[in-house]
Design a protein around this ligand. Structure first.
Ligand SMILES: *[C@@H]1O[C@H](CO)[C@@H](O)[C@H](O)[C@H]1NC(C)=O
Ligand SMILES: *[C@@H]1O[C@H](CO)[C@@H](O)[C@H](O)[C@H]1NC(C)=O
Ligand SMILES: *[C@@H]1O[C@H](CO)[C@@H](O)[C@H](O)[C@H]1NC(C)=O
Ligand SMILES: *[C@@H]1O[C@H](CO)[C@@H](O)[C@H](O)[C@H]1NC(C)=O
Length: 458
């Protein structure tokens, strides 16, 4: 005969506690969402009750996302409204898509596509929020959150915030779990704002924060102007570049504050005529060209000026990094008036770049020619300068002019190291401090090399 199992009172109590606990968490969450919704509702109503003003009675060229069904409560999905406003504005010359201040708009991964009529403006005064949970991002959208594609002559501006809500992406346990469940996903996390095949784009005044990975990325683009923006993410957020450029020409980045977990500005292959100036950078990895030439790939970078930069508490200051075995060249680069404070290694060329411990040595390298370091001044916490050029293809026309670097008072781990310079040719001009830098460069310009076919490819 079967005996009925009777749960003892402590067991019942246990389940009761668990049940109440779960229930209270769920209800707190939904109450929060309810509150957000009703708050946004009230504010929207107020906007309408305030009577006609220029904001509420827009001219025909203003496309307010609220007119396209946005809720602005930070919980409802407002991506369809944004997309609809974009599509409508795209057809009208000089139109503005408006994202009003005082509201939060939850936006799923979307593509805002051109071509549009000229002088389109995307005015972000409110806050755009990305999906906070990794698991709710569709797999196909892991490359970026907001994707601008084939746009020309667009301006993004406003006092608003673009918030990638990336914290869940930064802890590897979360993404490992998702990656294991769905094979074939490369190790990629979304970029917050990405421009693809676009030209004459201006991004100004806005703040971009906490992206899962890159904050602002341009590839296959040209004619980019970035002015007065703020990018921020915590120091311990992995791979969160500030501004990332690839195959992009004619760029000016100015008057901005960038602090994140990886490079403040990262310049990759196919970039030329890039001017970066008046930037505060830190925390992060500094401003980098590369890594270039990975897996014997071709890299061409030229005509870069990085000047009037203040770097604080970064891994490197200004650096060029290339993988062994690459093809192509980095030419005509000036780093000037770089003020550094507590920067681990302010000046760096690393032609042995390897982001793991298993890079075998390879022949060939991306050639490095015509690199000027001028007025690099301040404090370092590990090593003042590190020029590790390729064994086979020396770096040539490297100029060191007025370098004054002192060991910082906050000592780096393992103490300070001397200047390291290998196979680098060029000329230097006093003052050079510390004096271990005096013999960094070999024979001013005396090395005459004809460019190999490997670098003429650029
Ligand atoms: C972009 O700007 C350049 C000048 O800076 C101009 O020559 C070019 O026609 C513009 N292109 C577009 C698509 O607006
Ligand atoms: C758009 O083009 C016009 C000239 O055609 C130019 O004045 C304006 O600066 C351009 N806007 C952007 C964002 O490039
Ligand atoms: C810079 O952007 C902020 C908004 O983020 C704005 O208040 C300020 O006026 C802008 N400054 C300039 C010089 O445009
Ligand atoms: C080097 O780059 C600067 C800035 O882009 C440019 O003005 C200059 O003409 C370039 N020099 C050479 C020799 O190409």
């Amino acid at each position: 005969m079967k005996r009925a199992i009777k749960p003892s009172p402590p067991v019942i109590l246990f389940f009761l506690v668990i049940f109440l606990f779960t229930f209270s968490i769920i209800s707190v969450e939904s109450r929060k969402n309810q509150e957000r919704k009703s708050r946004a509702h009230k504010q929207r109503k107020q906007r309408n009750d305030n009577g006609p003003d220029s904001a509420n009675f827009p001219g025909p060229a203003i496309f307010d996302v609220f007119s396209f069904g946005a809720k602005g409560d930070g919980v409802s999905d407002d991506s369809k409204a944004l997309l609809a406003a974009w599509k409508a504005a795209c057809k009208i010359p000089g139109a503005t898509v408006k994202i009003p201040s005082g509201f939060e708009f939850l936006i799923k991964p979307i593509t805002l596509q051109g071509p549009c009529t000229p002088h389109l403006v995307l005015r972000i005064d409110g806050t755009l929020l990305a999906l906070p949970k990794v698991g709710s991002w569709p797999k196909s959208s892991w490359f970026q959150w907001i994707n601008f594609k084939w746009v020309q002559n667009l301006t993004i501006q406003g006092t608003g915030i673009v918030d990638g809500q990336g914290s869940n992406w930064w802890s590897s346990s979360q993404t490992d779990y998702i990656q294991k469940r769905s094979k074939h996903i490369p190790d990629v996390k979304p970029t917050a704002l990405r421009f693809y095949d676009s030209s004459n784009v201006t991004v100004r005044d806005i703040r971009i924060i906490n992206s899962p990975q890159c904050h602002l990325k341009f590839d296959n683009s040209g004619g980019v102007k970035i002015d007065n923006i703020t990018i921020s993410a915590p120091k311990n957020s992995p791979n969160t570049d500030g501004i990332h450029l690839q195959n992009t020409q004619d760029v000016e980045i100015q008057h901005s504050n960038i602090g994140c977990g990886d490079d403040c500005v990262s310049i990759q292959t196919g970039c030329s005529n890039i001017h970066v100036h008046h930037i505060n950078c830190g925390p992060g990895h500094g401003t980098s060209l590369g890594g270039l030439g990975k897996d014997k790939s071709v890299a061409c970078v030229s005509d870069i000026v990085v000047e009037n930069i203040f770097m604080q508490n970064t891994l490197s200051g200004v650096r060029i990094k290339t993988w062994q075995g690459g093809i192509g060249s980095v030419k005509n680069v000036t780093f000037s008036n770089i003020q550094v404070e507590d920067v681990k290694v302010p000046i760096m060329i690393d032609q042995y770049y390897c982001d793991n411990n298993f890079c075998k040595s390879q022949t060939g390298a991306v050639a490095i020619r015509g690199i000027k370091f001028d007025q690099i001044i301040g404090t370092y916490s590990v090593q003042p300068i590190h020029l590790a050029c390729s064994n086979e293809i020396p770096c040539t026309d490297v100029d060191l002019i007025n370098i004054q670097l002192k060991a910082s008072s906050s000592k780096g781990y393992g103490g300070f190291e001397q200047a390291l310079c290998f196979n680098s040719y060029g000329k230097s001009q006093a003052p050079l401090v510390p004096s271990s830098m005096d013999y960094c460069l070999r024979g001013g310009g005396s090395v005459k090399r004809t460019a190999s076919s490997h670098e003429n490819i650029c």
